[in-house]
Design a protein around this ligand. Sequence first.
Ligand SMILES: [Zn+2]
Length: 198
Amino acid sequence: MAEKVCGIDFEEYLEKAESFHGTAAPGMIAGAYMIDYATSLLPQGDLYDVVCESGHCLPDAVQLLTPCTVGNGWLRIVPTTRYALTIYNKYNGEGVRVFIDHEKIEKYTAARSWFYRDIPKEQQSLEDIIHDLRRAGHDLYGVQRVVVKIQHPHNENERHAESKICSGCREVFKSMGEQLCPACSGAVYYEQMKPDTA
Ligand SMILES: [Zn+2]
C-alpha cells in the first residue's frame, strides 16, 4: 500500500484535505492519486495547467496539491461530469488525462459504490472507501496522452475586450462589442430582493 501520495504521507494528506476541503472526502483522495499518476508520467520541471472535468472535489485536490488554482487561471473546470482531469504543458498543450476506469473499479467494492452512488451515502463506509482508494493507488485509473486544444481562452478573450459600462445594469464589464453584460443578456444567477433605491 502506498505510503505517500504526491510526495506527502497519506495520513498527513488526509489532515490537509480535511482542513482545506472540510472533509477527507473520497473525491479528494481519488483526486490526489490521479494527480500523482498524471505527474509521474510527465517530465519534471515543466510548467503545467490543469483541467478538471468535474467540479466535485477534484478542483480542491488540484488546488491543495499543485500551484494551479481557479484564481490564477492555471486550473479550469470543463464540466463533462466525467471523473477525470488533465495535466498539460501550458505552452504546447501536451499532457496526460487520467480518468476512473469503470472496469478497474469493479474489484474495489466500496470505491465502486462511492463512484456509482448506488448505495445511500449513510450506508457507505468512508473508512472502506478510503482503504480501497489507498490500496488501489494508480490501479483504478486509465490514462490517455492528449494535446489540449484551447490554451487560456479566458486570457485570450480578455485581451481583445474593452471595459465598458453595461447599458442595463450600469456596471463595468468586458465587452467584445456588446452593449449588455452577460448577466443582463440572460445569464443572471440571482434575483434582486429590493427594488433599486439609488
Ligand atoms: Zn449589465
